[in-house]
Design a protein around this ligand. Structure first.
Ligand SMILES: [Zn+2]
Length: 175
C-alpha cells in the first residue's frame, strides 16, 4: 500500500474518499528548499532523511461532506549551535490538518473564518512542496543548546570595552 500514492501528483479527492494512507521517506536532497535553509549549517544531505505520511478522510455526508488530510512528518537536522558553535541536532515535527475546498475563491473566502489550513482540491497536488512549506515553518529561528557557553574567542570579544562606553564619560551640554 505504501507506494500506491504519488507524493508529487496526488489525486486529493480519490485519496480522501478512499481514506488513503501513504508513508514516504525522502532524503534532504529531495527537499531542496529545506536543504537550502540549512546550507550554512553544513548539513549532510545523504544522512538526513525525513519520514512522513499523509492520511485522508471525509467528514460529514451528502452535499456537506468535507475532505480532510493530515500531514505528519519528523526530521532530525544536524545543525550548529549559534551560541557555542558546536554541532547539535534539531528535531522537527509536523502534524497538520488540511481541508480541501473546490477552488481558490472558496479558499480565500473561507480562510479567515476557519482555523484549519485550506487547500484547493487537485488531481495532481505536489505534497512534497506542502511538506517543505511545513518543515520550513517548523524550523527554529535560533538553534542553541540553551545552557552552553560561548567559545573562548567569543568570550574575549565580550570582555572588550563597549564601543560606546567612552561616551558615558562625556558631559552633555545642559539644555
Ligand atoms: Zn551550544
Amino acid at each position: 500500500m505504501t507506494n500506491e500514492w504519488n507524493a508529487r501528483l496526488l489525486d486529493t479527492q480519490r485519496f480522501t474518499e478512499s481514506l488513503g494512507h501513504a508513508k514516504f521517506h525522502h532524503g534532504l536532497h529531495s527537499l531542496t528548499r529545506v536543504q537550502e535553509a540549512c546550507a550554512e549549517q553544513q548539513v549532510t544531505a545523504a544522512e538526513t532523511v525525513c519520514d512522513w505520511s499523509l492520511s485522508g478522510e471525509t467528514r460529514g455526508s451528502g452535499p456537506r461532506q468535507q475532505s480532510w488530510m493530515l500531514l505528519e512528518a519528523a526530521l532530525t537536522l544536524p545543525q550548529r549551535c549559534q551560541r557555542c558553535l558546536e554541532p547539535m541536532t534539531v528535531d522537527i515535527s509536523v502534524n497538520r490538518w488540511f481541508r480541501f475546498v473546490e477552488d481558490e475563491a472558496t479558499a480565500l473566502a473561507e480562510d479567515d473564518e476557519c482555523e484549519e489550513d485550506l487547500l484547493v482540491t487537485s488531481v495532481e497536488l505536489n505534497t512534497i512542496e506542502l511538506l517543505e512549506d511545513e518543515l520550513l515553518l517548523a524550523m527554529p529561528l535560533i538553534v542553541s543548546h540553551g545552557n552552553c557557553q560561548p567559545p573562548a574567542s567569543a568570550a574575549l570579544v565580550d570582555d572588550l570595552p563597549h564601543p560606546f562606553a567612552a561616551l558615558a564619560g562625556l558631559k552633555l551640554p545642559k539644555t
